[in-house]
Design a protein around this ligand. Sequence first.
Ligand code: BGC
Length: 346
Amino acid sequence: MTVVPGVAGSAAVTDVEEPASVDGPVLVETLAIGVCGTDLEICQGRYGAAPPGSDRLIIGHESLGRVIAAPGGTGLAVGDLVVGIVRRPDPAPCPNCAIGEWDMCRNGAYTERGIKERHGYASERYRIEPGFAVKVDPALGDLGVLLEPTSVVAKAWDHTERIGARSAAWSPHTVLICGAGPIGLLAALLGMQKGHEVHVVDRVVDGPKPQLVADLGATYHHEPVAALAGRADIVLECTGVPQVVVDVLANTAPDAVVCLTGVSSGGRTVPFDAGAVNREMVLGNAVVFGSVNANRRHYEAGADALSDADPRWLGRLISRRVPLESFADALERRPEDVKTVITFAA
Ligand code: BGC
């Protein structure tokens, strides 16, 4: 499944070369590809870049595949279920990329499979370096496709906890998650696994999301975010919606740690009283930070979180499975959608 980045409506199933050996020694057949907001933006021509010398980009960064060839010494064997890591270090590399923390790349010259200058995983076969393929519990079956978004929330949680630890007596209790999409729901899952009191706020009142939140043991809200944010020790903002972000910033509790995870598109402005927000944050020692992507440690934490979760609950996150031939259906957003997955013949 390819697109011409920058050209809306160019997504198509096209014939491509067999995967290049420079991509890595491990050959994988693709089973499933998750679709997220980033993919929709790429298909709308608003994000993404093809590899140098190529017009089209093979998309797909949320993957699940089965190893079909792996040389000895790679730690992988034929039949293993694997998920491919999205980001590759910048070529310099910067100090963070040099130690495997490519999620913290400092110069922006990183590449991302299926997103930025590197082909993705939405092809029948792909090749990969063993260090960038993460094994998933075979008992998860196709739920393993949830690992990439889970790695993103595992990183958000990891950094939230590291930042919170600045205060020796920090012992967070109440967590607010803004947005009950896949990222918000997976963030809530990890929050429950960590033993917190988790609240999830979203604008929808029907569809599967309220019950998914309730079945985790968390509390679902659809009242204004402003009323909820001030009671949370941790806020994980997973919508990227400008008004929601501003309402969170304007209502931070003392010592709060606010993590922003939504990659929003600019251009929509909302009123913002910077002086008042500044005063509240200073007087309350609040922290607001952004979090993107994930390194191998976060994929491994995410894999553990998925293995510990109720598979029936995880199964309800995958609300539609669409065969590759009908990919255009997968790019439509329907009210009952949580996570749509494109399935491959293998
Ligand atoms: C992906 C991340 C990626 C980010 C920015 C997200 O959809 O999950 O891995 O870093 O987009 O390109």
